[in-house]
Design a protein around this ligand. Structure first.
Ligand code: ATP
Length: 589
């Protein structure tokens, strides 16, 4: 059963197979010395005390030395086995964690709409750790314990051939399988409870993550107590669910010990009846103990496996998640494209349950054109841009770049030809230079600086103490919004892609930043195809053409001059914008 459930992951053992094999061999040494060696030594040891005719000389020395010798083998076997098995387990875990992370990188954006970040983090961290414990325990015990059981069983069989009267021990041995009953009964409960506990761990992480990413909002709206209560509630639920796992986990050992004690009493009673000598009796008891001990440990392992199964389910949810934006099977290389974009009768909705967001949209954008996408909130402007980047796939129609359907190009190739300047420019916690360089990792210092100059970012960067080597803090929090955006524009310059997608910031910037950014963007637009999700009146004026979106359709296209007198929606949107600008200007005068 274990093989069936975990078999697919044995491939991770391949890179550490040498260490794994050493661990297994050491486990066999441990098992043989425990199951066979120890009872055998006891058989000769007890008569030393009880027998009148005591051995002397070499025989005595041999018997005495055999004790530390067996324990030495057992100790060495145990240490090497435990170390290399733990080594193997940790390597397996590392690979598994990386595989899950790599899968998360591949999954389409839609996956993140239906899964919260805290829960995903809990899966990558908590569930892989749960699996690591399981792998180490399972792999460790799977050889050591059954081998000890077999060795001890073999010893008992050997003894029964030596001493005719001890065949009854086989009866005691036959009671070993009885221990399986509590193991099975508890196992099914554990898997259910562990799954609930891990899910709750995800919820706990979700609350934590959400709270830590909204520190400003929490303080400004006095939500501290609400957040503490929310977290306490999640903690309490997690505690209750974890305790249920602990309850069943801890129930197993006492139950097995109970069954064991009954079997040992039976063996003792029969031994007394048959007048077995002390040495043989002691060694029978030792061997029986070596039979039950592994069963008890395997019971514990079974519980761990059940917990791991729950974690594995949660990891497989990521590993086996459907890629709703699959890679092209026979991709066409884009090469040096001019930058034409065409929407051919495109319809789109985010999920099966959602309404249609774009309806039969057709549009032609020539290479080098700057197109402003305008329309009321929720009209579908961002969605239109997202489809060009192939963040999602259309449900009907085609999105084409230079005549090639974006689904026939690899995602990496397609996106290599596009630069996205998003509304909230997210920077990585690294230096400014490295943040610009994400656009082209092999760019020289000069190229990075040229890009920064073109984005009007060079001067402010140079004014910082560490210049380009300044650390920007988590998500760029040590820089202002305008500075972050200029770094993001510098990235786009460095990428030098033929298609630029610009999600214009809605939040107002100070007029100098605003002016610099506008100039930088105009510069960036030269000779490139640009899609601007426009929120500003100033940007709209610079566009070659404007697409007016309304409720998932492009209801009009044309220049400002053409649209203003002819399209009511455009006129009202424009007037509203212009009014806001005038009001802002009046109040600042
Ligand atoms: P805004 O100017 O407010 O940014 P927009 O015109 O860019 O709006 P879109 O973001 O394209 O509008 O959204 C179009 C529609 O799709 C909206 O009704 C929105 O609620 C819906 N939508 C957007 N993103 C998702 C999503 N991830 N899942 C489901 N529906 C979504």
């Amino acid at each position: 059963m274990i093989l069936k459930r975990f078999g697919a992951y044995f491939k991770y053992l391949k890179p550490v197979r040498v260490q794994f094999s050493i661990g297994l061999i050491a486990g066999l040494v441990y098992a043989a010395s425990s199951g066979f060696g120890l009872p055998l030594v006891i058989k000769y040891l007890v008569p030393l005390v009880t027998q009148d005719d005591k051995p002397t000389g070499w025989l005595l020395a041999g018997i005495l030395i055999s004790i530390p010798a067996v324990f030495f083998l057992r100790a060495i076997g145990s240490f090497i086995n435990s170390y290399y098995i733990a080594y193997t387990g940790m390597h397996v875990l590392e690979q598994l964690r990386i595989s899950v992370f790599a899968r998360i990188q591949e999954l389409p954006i839609a996956f993140f709409h239906s899964n919260n970040i805290g829960d995903l983090m809990s899966r990558v961290q908590g569930d892989t750790a749960q699996l690591q414990t399981a792998i180490v325990k399972v792999v460790d015990s799977l050889i050591k314990e059954p081998a000890t059981l077999i060795s001890a069983g073999a010893y008992l069989v050997y003894l029964s051939t030596q001493e005719n009267d001890v065949t009854f021990i086989l009866i005691a041995l036959a009671s070993v399988p009885a221990c399986v009953l509590p193991i099975k009964a508890i196992g099914t409960r554990i898997v259910k409870k562990a799954s609930q506990a891990q899910k709750q761990a995800g919820q706990l992480n979700h609350v934590l993550n959400e709270s830590l990413s909204a520190t400003r909002e929490i303080r400004s709206y006095n939500l501290e107590t609400r957040e503490v209560n929310r977290f306490s509630e999640a903690c309490r639920d997690f505690l209750l669910k974890s305790l249920k796992v602990v309850k069943y986990d801890k129930m197993l050992t006492p139950l097995i010990e109970l069954v064991t004690s009954l079997a040992i009493v039976l063996a003792l009673y029969m031994a007394v009846q048959r007048n077995i000598d002390e040495g043989a009796l002691a060694s029978i008891l030792a061997a029986l103990y070596m039979c039950y001990q592994p069963v008890k440990k395997l019971g514990g392992v079974s519980n761990t496996v059940k917990k791991a199964e729950a974690s594995l389910d949660r990891l497989e949810y990521i590993l086996d998640a459907e890629d709703t934006v699959p890679e092209a099977i026979n991709p066409t290389p884009l090469g040096n494209i001019a930058g034409n974009i065409r929407f051919d009768k495109v319809s789109f909705r985010y999920t099966q349950d959602d309404g249609t967001v774009l309806r039969n949209v057709s549009a032609e954008i020539k290479a080098g054109e700057a197109i402003a996408l305008v329309g009321p909130s929720g009209a579908g402007k961002s969605t239109f841009a997202n489809l060009v980047l192939r963040f999602y796939d259309v449900i009907e129609g085609h999105v084409l770049v230079d005549g090639i359907d974006v689904r026939n190009v690899t995602k990496a190739d397609l996106r290599a030809h596009m630069a996205l300047v998003s509304q909230e420019s997210v920077l990585f916690s690294d230096t400014i230079a490295n943040n610009i360089r994400v656009a082209r990792p092999d760019a020289t210092v000069e190229e990075v600086q040229t890009a920064a100059r073109m984005a009007f970012a060079h001067d402010f960067i140079e004014a910082l103490d560490q210049g380009y080597e300044t650390q920007v803090g988590e998500r760029g929090s040590l820089l202002s919004g305008g500075q972050r955006q200029r770094i993001s524009i510098a990235r786009a310059f460095l990428k030098n892609a033929p298609i630029i997608i610009l999600d214009e910031a809605t939040s107002a910037l100070d007029s100098e930043s605003e002016h610099n950014i506008q100039t930088a963007l105009e510069e960036l637009s030269k000779g490139r195809t640009v899609l601007i999700i426009a929120h500003r009146f100033s940007t709209i004026q610079h566009a070659d053409r404007i697409f007016v979106f309304d409720d998932g359709e492009i209801v009009a296209t044309g220049s400002h001059k053409e649209l203003y007198p002819t399209n009511d929606l455009y006129q009202s949107l424009y007037d509203k914008q212009a009014k806001t600008v005038h009001e802002t200007q009046d109040s600042s005068d």
